[in-house]
Design a protein around this ligand. Structure first.
Ligand code: UDP
Ligand code: MG
Length: 314
């Protein structure tokens, strides 16, 4: 089976990437040649010149479409906004900072032509990223796979190509805490990896400081697994068992008259148990906070302005 896309959608979120808008659109145009495509740039509430650079690119080239969000909603909501505006029968999502090279798209498209529904790009090598980022990222992917049992490839990011039916399945998932790369695996269909070398940022700095990365990994794990909640139960059983075994010990200590020597031990045990209780309460709190986010049913993002593109009819 060989298929040819009538329209390829390329979706990229950008937050304060004013110097990257032009090189990005140029490189996408060069990489895709005479293929019929649309490039959906999502401006995630940037305060610099990103919006104006996008508007200028859209004025030059009608294939460039701009969705400008009313404020900074974050990477995953911005990406979702772009995906909801995409009209293609094959859809690519990639970072707008040129770390994901658009030149890889034709290889991904070849896999789609051969009938694969989800083609994900795997980072063979990361250029210009700190050792700290690489190590924490690896650790995160390992933990994520172990806790959730989801077959998300280590070193895969959001850079993927999806068939229309895969995208529709993805967009039918209404959750507010979105870990899109996990969701694209969850939907199933045929999946294949394409290796690439993650480039250095074209300009600017990462918009994912440690604080946001931690948040992001919590969102990822809690939206695919409730294992952390079970830890509380296991810990409870474990310490009950310890307490139970300690009963004969205290009886012996009482008769051997060595009772008062236990004061530091008591303090340590109280502190330890208090700590564990607070941690498990915190874990429960993380889940409750997310449940609260879901039940509020707020829209994921608010659009401030659209250029060259209609409001999606869904
Ligand atoms: N981004 C966004 N909104 C945000 C943060 C990031 O749209 O609140 C965009 C950003 O412009 C970039 C992509 O998401 O195109 C990935 O972000 P970044 O490069 O900062 O993350 P990193 O590659 O360092 O993990
Ligand atoms: Mg980046």
């Amino acid at each position: 089976m060989k298929r040819e896309p009538e329209l390829l959608s390329v979706v990229a979120p950008m937050y304060e990437e004013q110097d990257t808008v032009d090189p990005f659109t140029d490189r996408v145009a060069a990489a895709l040649g005479d293929l019929n495509y649309e490039l959906i740039l999502v401006n995630d509430g940037s305060k610099d010149g990103t919006r104006d650079a996008m508007a200028a690119a859209a004025a030059r080239d009608p294939r460039v479409k701009v969705v400008s969000l009313a404020r900074n909603f974050g990477h995953q909501p911005a990406l979702t906004a772009g995906l909801e505006h995409a009209r293609g029968d094959a859809i690519v999502m990639l970072d707008g900072d040129l770390q994901d090279p658009p030149e890889v798209i034709p290889q991904m498209l070849d896999q789609w032509r051969a009938g694969i529904d989800v083609v994900y790009a795997v980072r063979e090598q990361r250029l210009g990223e700190t050792a700290f980022k690489r190590v924490t990222a690896r650790g995160f992917y390992r933990t994520f796979r172990r806790l959730t049992g989801l077959d998300l490839a280590v070193e895969s990011g959001d850079f993927r190509l999806m068939d229309r039916r895969a995208l529709d399945a993805l967009l039918s998932m209404p959750e507010r805490n979105r870990f899109l790369r996990g969701m694209t695996v969850w939907i199933g269909f045929s999946q294949i990896a394409v290796p690439f070398v993650r480039q250095e940022r074209h300009a600017g700095v990462t918009k994912y400081p440690l604080r946001k990365m931690l948040r992001f990994s919590f969102d990822a794990i809690t939206s695919f697994s409730s294992t952390p909640l079970q830890w509380a139960t296991f810990l409870g059983f474990f310490f009950s068992l310890v307490a139970f075994l300690a009963i004969p010990l205290t009886v012996v200590a009482r008769y051997a008259n060595i009772f008062e020597r236990g004061v530091p031990t008591t303090i340590i045990i109280v502190l330890l148990l208090g700590g564990i209780q607070l941690i498990t309460l915190g874990i429960i709190g993380e889940y409750i906070g997310r449940i609260y986010d879901e039940v509020k049913h707020r829209p994921l993002y608010v659009v401030g302005e659209r250029i060259n593109v209609e409001e999606p009819s869904r």
